[in-house]
Design a protein around this ligand. Structure first.
Ligand SMILES: [Mg+2]
Length: 242
């Protein structure tokens, strides 16, 4: 069974103080159509409390720092794909972060321009990113039109465009989870990285020495793949190892 394989690999590095990097949506909590309601449940809090006490652990997410802290509280968080960090209670912003917050505020303030054309669109200001949620847009032509418009906007404000499940997102350029994790890692320590999304592939690819675990069965750069329902079981086993 894949879980046993992963656990025996982790056992070999258990005493080398591994750092653990966990994605949030689709990894620790299920993906739901209303992204504002992805609160952590009591079981997850229980698991994370133990995990953070026994291992140096980071939540690595594309969400904003404010929202992630609203869902989770005071854990170590790498937010906005690495645009902003919250480590041991200290906030660290990447270069130019404030400039992009202003750009995003501007886009959000002018969202009516998008909403009048795409009535089922939802726009979220991530304070350093803008999320266009297409979960309620079923028409493919409409999605295509929106993509064109967001691409054009991204070019004009010099932001990267990211396309995920039901979402389009403008994000701070040249930032990704892989670089962010590399920045945080102590080079002599092993790492365990778990994530489900395309953005997590950057984390897997940039950290080839790590124990990388993809959640889901899509093609991946990760060494292992597991289903969403096994993630918590795996984390409990990792806790019990120490
Ligand atoms: Mg995810």
């Amino acid at each position: 069974m894949v879980l046993n394989k992963i656990l025996s690999t982790i056992k070999q590095i258990r005493d080398l103080e591994p750092q653990i990097f966990l994605d949030y949506d689709g990894t620790l909590v299920p993906i739901i159509n209303d992204p504002e309601k992805s609160y952590a449940d009591s079981e997850l809090f229980y698991i994370l409390d133990y995990l953070f006490r026994k291992y140096e652990t980071f939540i690595v997410t594309g969400r904003s720092l404010g929202e992630t802290r609203r869902f989770l509280g005071d854990y170590n968080i790498i937010a906005l794909h690495g645009g902003i960090y919250y480590i041991n209670g200290t906030v660290i912003e990447v270069h130019n972060y404030k400039k992009y917050v202003n750009v995003c505020n501007n886009i959000y303030d002018n969202r009516a321009e998008f909403l009048k054309e795409f009535s089922n669109l939802r726009v979220y200001n991530k304070n350093g990113g803008v999320l266009f949620h297409m979960g309620n847009i079923k028409n493919l032509d409409e999605r295509e039109k929106l993509l064109k418009k967001v691409k054009y906007l991204g070019k004009s404000v010099n932001m990267d465009i990211y396309m995920g499940k039901d979402i389009l997102e403008l994000r701070i350029p040249c930032i990704n989870k892989g670089e962010a994790i590399k920045r945080i890692r102590n080079t002599w320590r092993p790492a365990i990285i778990i994530g489900d999304d395309i953005t997590d592939e950057e984390a897997f690819r940039e950290n080839m020495d790590a124990i990388t675990i993809k959640v889901g069965n899509e093609t991946t750069f990760a060494k292992y793949s597991i289903n969403f329902d096994l993630v918590r079981e795996l984390l409990i086993d990792i806790i019990n190892m120490k």
